[in-house]
Design a protein around this ligand. Structure first.
Ligand SMILES: Nc1nc2c(ncn2[C@@H]2O[C@H](COP(=O)(O)OP(=O)(O)O)[C@@H](O)[C@H]2O)c(=O)[nH]1
Ligand SMILES: [Mg+2]
Length: 271
């Protein structure tokens, strides 16, 4: 089976590694080398289908610019992380998103906007509303506040991203099918299709096929009831049993409530 390549991007110290390790291994690493750039593998099940994920936890944005270009090219989905305690980290995300869109040469790149460290209520400098506003400006990119420390919304952000990739792939297949059908139809219908310049006509027709509007931006937040497998539970440190940050939970709801209403029920589990 093919790997789904996810890339975690954001300024240094926002919690990229903590989020990644919390998702993959179910533990919270308080001291993690900020220079470490590593990739992790994880298998998840969504709606009874199994997906192999390869997650690249990147190190800072000032380093390895050429490498960044490479992994953005090969990445299929992006987690853009800022810290709610660090305004600069949100500003740096703007630049990173631009880079992703430019390198992918598309404005339909699967991505999730994440405000991490939602548990640090007293140190918060970026409000939930501000996060929602950025997500709207970005074309209603799904937005979540997370806490790697409390393991709040951690699975949800990864599952949302995988769902976006799956949806994108399905749309691409549908477009290809429609294009093939349209070409086939033209061949059958038009006697001129046998003329030497018929290829040109076909191309024009296929270019006019439109994507279903709004499909891409739907968040799958409402679907992400994540069930942990036994293995993941065993791996988890028992010391972090603090209640989930209520703020963080509210955010997903606030940001995506309209989208949620349109959602079908689904299921997923982290293997
Ligand atoms: N309170 C709190 N601290 C966090 C959280 N996530 C990360 N941290 C802290 O922020 C530091 C930097 O996290 P790290 O994952 O290494 O950041 P990275 O440079 O983006 O990979 C960690 O050592 C943690 O102490 C979180 O959700 N809540
Ligand atoms: Mg790191």
């Amino acid at each position: 089976m093919r790997d789904y390549k996810l890339v975690v991007l954001g300024a240094g110290g926002v919690g990229k590694s903590c989020l990644t390790v919390q998702f993959v291994q179910g533990v919270y690493l308080d001291t993690y080398d900020p220079t470490i750039e590593d990739s992790y593998r994880k298998t998840i099940e969504i709606d009874n289908k199994v997906f192999d994920l390869e997650i690249l936890d990147t190190a800072g944005i000032a380093q390895f610019t050429a490498m960044r270009e490479l992994y953005i090219k090969s990445g299929m989905g992006f987690l853009l992380v800022y810290s709610v305690t660090d305004r600069q980290s949100l500003e740096e995300l703007m630049e990173l998103r631009e880079q992703v869109l430019r390198i992918k040469d598309s404005d339909r790149v699967p991505m999730v906007l994440i405000g991490n460290k939602a548990d640090l209520t007293n140190e918060r400098v970026i409000s939930v509303e501000e996060g929602i506003e950025v997500s709207s400006k970005w074309g209603r990119v799904p937005f979540y506040e997370t806490s790697a420390l409390l393991r709040s919304n951690v699975d949800e952000v990864f599952v949302d991203l995988v769902r976006q990739i799956i949806r994108n792939e399905m749309e691409s297949v549908a477009i290809k099918d429609a294009r093939n059908q349209s070409q086939q139809f033209n061949k059958n219908q038009s006697p001129s299709s046998k003329l030497p310049n018929s290829g040109k006509q076909d191309t024009k027709q296929s270019n006019s096929i439109q994507l279903p509007k709004g499909l891409y931006n739907k968040s799958s937040h409402g679907l992400s009831k994540v069930k942990q497998s036994k293995q993941a539970d065993e791996n988890r440190k028992p010391s972090h049993s603090a209640p989930k940050s209520s703020n963080a939970d509210k955010v997903g709801t606030a940001a995506t409530s309209q989208q949620q209403k349109k959602k079908k029920k689904g299921s997923c589990s982290i293997l």
